[in-house]
Design a protein around this ligand. Structure first.
Ligand code: SF4
Length: 202
């Protein structure tokens, strides 16, 4: 028979469960704000909606110190290599929430200059619909991400991340080989992906 004091003191669990519990409750957001959705996000962080209630109040403007990027606004094709570099610089594990129709699909900007969805160049974990999404929708997006993190296994992310870094190596190789800028290299990769019937470059 177990000593009752030992019985009360011992709790067993899985490593994944504990790590994921800590990760989901200590997200460090980094806003990548390019347009009006970023203004809406300000109210999410302020006292009325208060994202701190979800353990995500430590907002950082440095990718090295963040693990949850929120893309808030229209992203142009010229910004595509920038967003890829910032994503690459974030510490792993890292997650991305695409906020609003502009970030998710290009929105109403069906033009040659606008990236038709950031998921063409970086992995996205959660999409928040709306133009702009209400603060409640953004909070819902964070909660959906928390649910996702809860179910992730520690090894599951490896492939996902490896594919992205492999595409970044291809981009760098193209830049060096043909003397292209980051923007031109990503554009060329998007065109060749489209020739193969896919929309993403990773
Ligand atoms: S989705 Fe709407 S509110 Fe958000 S950046 Fe685009 S136009 Fe602005």
């Amino acid at each position: 028979m177990l000593d009752s004091s030992v019985n009360d003191a011992v709790v067993t669990t899985r490593l994944d469960t504990v790590v994921n519990w800590a990760r989901k409750n200590s997200l460090w957001p980094m806003p990548f704000g390019t347009a009006c959705c970023a203004i809406e996000f300000m109210s999410v962080m302020a006292s009325k909606y208060d994202l701190a209630r979800f353990g995500a109040e430590a907002m950082r403007f440095s990718p090295r110190q963040s693990d949850m990027m929120l893309v808030l606004g229209t992203v142009t094709n010229k910004m595509a290599p920038v967003i890829r570099t910032i994503y690459a610089q974030m510490a792993e594990p890292k997650w991305v929430i695409s906020v609003g129709v502009c970030a998710s699909t290009g929105g109403m900007y069906r033009t040659y200059a606008t990236l038709q969805g950031i998921d063409r160049v970086i992995p996205v974990d959660v999409y928040v619909p709306g133009c702009p999404p209400r603060p409640e929708s953004m909070i819902c997006g964070v909660m959906k991400l928390q649910e996702k993190i809860e179910k992730e296994s520690l090894s599951m992310r490896k492939d996902h991340i490896a594919r992205f870094y492999e595409s970044l190596d291809r981009q760098r190789a193209l830049e060096a080989e043909k003397g292209l800028t980051g923007h031109q290299a990503v554009h060329e990769m998007l065109l060749s992906a489209a020739d193969n019937g896919v929309a993403t470059i990773f």
